[in-house]
Design a protein around this ligand. Structure first.
Ligand code: 48H
Length: 252
């Protein structure tokens, strides 16, 4: 069969535009494709909610790829072991009830689960603003190509609507920070020093709706709350993503 370049181009454009048009009005927009965002997106989509995950980088996985200091291993504690099993991530047991998994396998399996559940991935796309109207609720995400931001071009963005937005942007809590800046209604206290035990227990507690329509998860939850960081233990990220999904599923 002869391969025609224009036909290849037409196939990509036709399919991608169809998909984008189908995802302009979402139940859930997850911003950030680290572990907490991937878990949240997979679990809401598994329950039939329309969900897109918007990731500014080329690949999802966030800070999980690098494991601990670039050793591609993550640690998960007993409380979250069931989520390793839930997503079919293999692990070994180490002294003290610590479970160790490959960071690469963990990213791959969480991503595969999200794909299988029907999550639409919008990579290379940055959320640069949110929509808040008289309802006083985050009701949409303002998106642009990451390349536009990197090149500092003045190009106006496009917008998608979401019933719920999940800030899974990690240490910077980008979406909560935007809402802080634009409304003054919330405060992002900023992340504190390393204290694994406290940070891990608190990250689930701080996974909540911080502004109508906006749920924070993962490191973003601790950054908003002024809580500690935990280093390369990832159980809290998985549990936080699960809690974010549960909070949304209770509401829609
Ligand atoms: C689109 C964006 C935007 C934007 C950022 O950092 P992450 O891996 O997030 P979490 O919270 O799921 O996991 C945190 C974990 O990886 C970690 O860093 C830990 C446990 N650290 C402990 C410690 O002590 O340091 O992923 C966030 C993702 C990234 O992929 C960003 O590129 C993306 O969000 N992102 N995507 N629009 N405005 N901002």
């Amino acid at each position: 069969m002869a391969l025609d370049e224009v036909t290849i181009t037409r196939a990509i454009l036709a399919e991608q535009l169809r998909i984008l048009m189908e995802h302009l009005e979402l139940d859930v927009g997850v911003v950030g494709g680290g572990p907490s965002g991937l878990v949240c997106a997979a679990l809401v989509a598994e329950r039939g909610k329309s969900c897109a995950l918007i990731e500014k980088k080329l690949s999802v996985g966030g800070g999980m790829w690098g494991g601990g200091m670039m050793f591609p291993r993550i640690v998960v504690q007993e409380e979250a072991r069931r989520l390793l099993e839930r997503f079919d991530i293999s692990y070994t047991e180490q002294a003290g009830n610590y479970f160790v998994a490959s960071s690469v396998e963990a990213v791959a399996k969480l991503t595969a689960a999200a794909c299988d559940a029907g999550v639409e991935f919008m990579n290379l796309t940055t959320v640069e603003d949110v929509v808040i109207k008289e309802s006083g609720r985050v009701s949409g995400l303002v998106i642009n190509w990451t390349a536009v931001e990197m090149a500092r071009l003045h190009v106006d963005p496009l917008t998608i609507s979401c019933r719920f937005t999940v800030d899974a942007t990690g240490h910077d809590a980008c979406i909560a920070s935007l809402v802080e800046r634009k409304t003054g209604a919330i405060r992002v206290k900023g992340e504190r020093s390393m204290w694994a035990e406290r940070a891990e227990s608190q990250v689930v507690h701080h996974t909540k709706e911080v502004y109508p329509g906006l749920i924070v998860t993962g490191m973003a939850a601790n950054a908003v709350a002024g809580e500690h960081r935990m280093g390369p233990i990832f159980g809290g990220m998985l549990l936080s993503g699960e809690k974010a999904a549960q909070l949304i599923l209770e509401r829609i």
